[in-house]
Design a protein around this ligand. Structure first.
Ligand code: ZN
Length: 242
């Protein structure tokens, strides 16, 4: 069983389609939240994902768009994009029903957007937060998104220290040796100085995860954002990977 693991699509259909093409054959999609917000094609991205055997979490942008989260903590640009999305969203009821945390006990994996302690807002950026993550879940593996930065935090089974490591591209990691917090990066708005769409593939038989990057037509997404009059800064950052 092969799982496509994605996060932070942010209504960027060109990036999502590039990922789906690049991933090859997969059986199921695990989406770690923020399907919408920032980008120009929220409905198309939702429709595309719903065609798959899908587990999809709600991210902070998804919840804000359907008025389940205050806009106070969002940047002005993010807020503008949320208002823009609200006016056009065809299936708010679908976003409203998404869970914020899913435990896949049979695979030993917890899925969340931010962190298990705060599924919606917490950014896991250091071994400190990663430790708190692992302390608050019953599974050895946590997959999360939200930071838009691919990373892996590793806690060896027979040790207490947590190591922060690069999630190297095209280099499979085992999911059976250590306790891990893994962020596959962002499909639609990468922030690690690499403009390519980021994702991961899990092989549930071999229990391995591989991180991949794929180029997509950034200009196509930027053109739609301009037509939609979405904030300039959001358009520019796609070329900067920030
Ligand atoms: Zn996001």
């Amino acid at each position: 069983m092969r799982i496509l693991v994605i996060s932070d699509v942010h209504a960027n259909l060109a990036a999502l389609d590039a990922v789906i093409r690049d991933a090859g054959k997969f059986d199921r999609v695990w989406c770690l939240g923020d399907v919408v917000g920032y980008g120009p094609q929220p409905n198309e991205c939702i429709e595309r994902l719903r065609a798959f055997d899908l587990v999809c979490l709600a991210g902070n942008h998804d919840l804000a768009v359907v008025d389940k989260l205050s806009l106070d903590d969002f940047s002005p640009d993010a807020r503008d994009a949320i208002y823009w999305t609200r006016e056009r969203l065809a299936t708010p009821e679908w976003l409203e029903t998404l869970p914020t945390l899913v435990v896949l006990a049979e695979h030993g994996i917890t899925l969340v957007h931010g962190s298990p302690r705060d599924p919606v807002w917490e950014y896991v950026v250091s071994p400190f937060e990663a430790r708190l993550c692992l302390e608050s879940i019953a599974t050895p593996i946590c997959l999360n998104g939200h930071t838009h930065i691919p990373i892996v935090f590793r806690q060896p089974t027979y040790g207490s220290g947590i190591v922060k490591e690069q999630l190297a591209v095209d280099s499979p990691i085992r999911l059976t040796l250590d306790r891990l917090v893994v962020n596959p990066g962002s499909v639609g708005q990468p922030r690690d100085d690499d403009v390519r769409a980021a994702y991961a593939l899990i092989d549930l038989n071999a229990m391995t995860l591989i991180h991949r990057r794929v180029q997509y037509d950034i200009s196509a997404t930027q053109k739609l954002m301009k037509q939609a009059k979405l904030p300039d800064r959001l358009i520019r950052r796609l070329r900067l990977g920030e």
